[in-house]
Write a protein that binds this ligand. Structure first.
Ligand code: ARG
Length: 274
């Protein structure tokens, strides 16, 4: 009885959260906190995360902000990789404004560009069902470092996630400054069990779960990169912020698009955009 009521509640919350997340106007941005919360916070695991670290200018030079309230990563001078649910599927989408080259969106030195064309994953239905990626061609090349997509399947982590989204689940604002946090990988099986209770079946090879009550992404961070270190210590992108039940809730990690699975398809889409 109690269990059923709880599941219903969760399913209801999940539906509400997801419905909100799908609407571009509400797809917001945001942050994950890195600092371990004080022990007292553990007693209230459902509380939104507080904290997180502000990224110094230049630390993540390929992270960009998109005007519908999402993040993205510059993977070529003229191509941004973001989440499928952040864009509408129309190829001739020229309504996205891109802000790049700054951790503080209002800082001088911000460079901007506009979208020219968008290719979204063919199989995309909604973010909970996988295929949550899209590539955006810009109207001009940006002279900034680009982020390579990792070849290998996700390792042990932890990985770093970032965005200008909310710093707490109940926050109503996006951040002006880029925030980042390190998130622990949660094994697929464990994550699947949790989300099953909320009525969602995870797509194992298309989704990576990561996060904890101390660190998670949140609304408005969608589309932004999850990164790790490559063989030579360089940053490589392993995931895209996709969705989650609330933010930093105990037992409900954030869900990220698993890029190792989509690397060939994304490369092919990028070639089409050239
Ligand atoms: N769907 C959200 C967005 O549009 C991202 C949510 C991530 N949630 C999480 N708990 N990690 O910005």
């Amino acid at each position: 009885m109690v269990r059923n009521a709880a599941s219903l509640l969760l399913a209801g919350i999940l539906t509400a959260v997801l419905t909100a997340a799908v609407r571009p106007a509400q797809a917001v941005v945001e942050v994950r906190p890195v600092r371990p919360a004080p022990a007292a916070a553990d007693a209230h695991p459902a509380r939104p995360v507080v904290g997180g670290l502000e990224a110094p200018q230049g630390k993540f030079p390929w992270t960009v902000r998109l005007s519908m309230g999402c993040g993205g990563a510059l993977i070529e001078p003229r191509v941004v990789l973001t989440a499928g649910h952040c864009v509408d599927g129309t190829a001739k989408n020229d309504s996205i404004q891109v802000t790049a080259g700054v951790a503080d969106l209002k800082a001088r030195g911000a460079v901007t560009a506009r979208s020219e064309r968008v290719i979204r994953a063919e199989g995309f239905i909604d973010e909970t069902r996988g295929d949550d990626w899209a590539v955006v061609r810009l109207d001009r090349p940006l002279l900034l470092p680009t982020l390579p997509i990792a070849k290998d399947p996700v390792g042990a982590g932890p990985y770093v996630v970032m965005g200008w989204g909310q710093t707490r689940e109940d926050s109503i604002r996006q951040e002006e400054r880029l925030h980042y946090a390190s998130v622990p990988i949660v094994p697929d099986e464990k994550c699947a069990v949790a989300y099953k209770k909320a009525g969602v079946t995870l797509v194992d090879d298309e989704q990576i779960c990561a996060g904890s009550p101390q660190a998670d992404t949140c609304q408005g961070d969608s589309g932004g990169p999850m990164v790790g270190h490559g063989k030579h210590g360089e940053w490589v992108q392993v995931g895209i912020v996709s969705w989650g039940l609330g933010c930093a809730r105990d037992g409900y990690p954030g869900v990220y698009t698993q890029l190792s699975t989509f690397r060939p398809a994304i490369k092919a889409a990028v070639r089409k955009l050239r």
